[in-house]
Ligand binder design. Structure first.
Ligand code: UDP
Ligand code: MG
Length: 325
């Protein structure tokens, strides 16, 4: 991979009603960026890019003001509120046109910005994606910790290739983002999609802080919606489960058949009971299997409509040869 000694870094931050945190976030990131530039880790063309996600407060005015005052900061805005994942994707796709490498993070700096150094180090070692992973969740509430960790475990059971305890704090190289543009799906679950891109990846551990101001823009309802999106966008196992259930019930119906016939022979049943009890279980099982089979086809249609790229070539030696000549 071609690599500049001092890569141009863009830090992309989606902001939804974040007027309370922007000043402090800017102050801390400015110091971080200045240090990185001074240490010649990144190019002086590097920027922090705020993406306003159709905020209802003064967030966008603030971003414009910061963009005016600070050379290291810039911004863009969505035409309306589209949610965190869409805003982040918009930001990544905008930033990649100017950058060699992009890091995404939240506006509230809950993710430790000191992990940036290690992320860039790993990038310089040849990694194209570096996932920020929360090493401990001491600062999260008990409820958030248990639900979040349970969710990652459940995704694993469903066969989704997700990085455990990684949210959206990650470094991606320009070429990963160029490939990412070919993922056309609209129900976004970015943390599950990036592992599909592949290339050399690594993780960096950090401790998650508390939000220093303002409140969470992810209330329980949004969180549940997001988790549901993650499951249904990445796994057809719930559909397949219907089939399994159908077969199980059909098996049970066989047992009930035997039981009902024995009861009939021994003579202690009401008229018609044998027929009814067998029918209910047998038809129930049959119907569920039928739904499951339809589900299989729906599942196929669903992955076809996503039209995800079938392969990504990471290196083509023939290309390199041509350049040498
Ligand atoms: N966010 C956004 N659009 C939304 C909701 C949230 O851009 O509709 C941004 C928000 O400004 C923040 C990030 O997504 O930068 C994560 O939100 P938050 O910190 O509130 O989530 P939590 O850390 O509580 O999960
Ligand atoms: Mg947060």
């Amino acid at each position: 991979m071609f690599m500049r000694e001092k890569p141009i870094l863009y830090v992309v931050i989606p902001c939804y009603n974040e007027e309370e945190v922007l000043h402090e976030t800017t102050r801390q990131l400015k110091m971080k960026m200045q240090t990185l530039i001074k240490e010649k880790t990144i190019s002086e063309d590097s920027r922090v890019m705020y993406i306003n996600d159709g905020s209802k407060d003064k967030t966008w005015d603030l971003i414009k003001e910061i963009d005016n005052k600070e050379t290291l900061f810039t911004g863009a805005t969505l035409s309306r509120n589209r949610g965190h994942q869409n805003a982040l994707l918009g930001g990544l796709m905008t930033a990649k046109e100017y950058a060699d490498v992009v890091i995404s993070m939240d506006a509230d700096l809950q993710d430790d910005i000191n992990a940036i150094d290690e992320m860039i180090e790993k990038y310089k070692d040849g990694c194209d994606i570096v996932y920020g992973v929360r090493s401990a969740r001491k600062k999260d509430t008990f409820f958030k910790r248990v639900t979040a960790e349970g969710f990652y475990k459940f995704m694993k059971v469903l066969g989704v290739d997700c990085v455990y305890n990684h949210a959206d704090y990650r470094l991606t190289s320009k070429r990963v983002l160029d490939e990412f543009e070919n993922f056309k799906e609209v129900n976004l679950f970015l943390r599950g999609m990036f592992p599909l891109v592949g290339f050399k990846t690594d993780v960096v551990y950090y401790e998650r802080n508390e939000r220093f101001a303002g409140e969470s823009k992810y209330p329980l309802k949004k969180m549940l919606n997001f988790a549901w999106d993650g499951i249904t966008s990445f796994s057809v196992k719930p559909l397949r489960f219907i089939c399994t259930l159908g077969f199980t019930i059909l098996l049970i119906s066989l047992a009930i058949m035997v039981y009902s016939v024995i009861r009939k022979i021994t003579g202690n049943t009401v008229d018609g009971w044998t027929f009814l009890s067998i029918s209910i279980w047998f038809i129930g099982g049959l119907q569920m299997i039928s739904v499951g089979i339809i589900g299989e086809y729906v599942g196929k249609m669903y992955s076809e409509t996503k039209a995800r790229p079938r392969y990504i070539i990471s290196e083509n030696l023939n290309e390199k040869e041509k350049k040498k000549k």
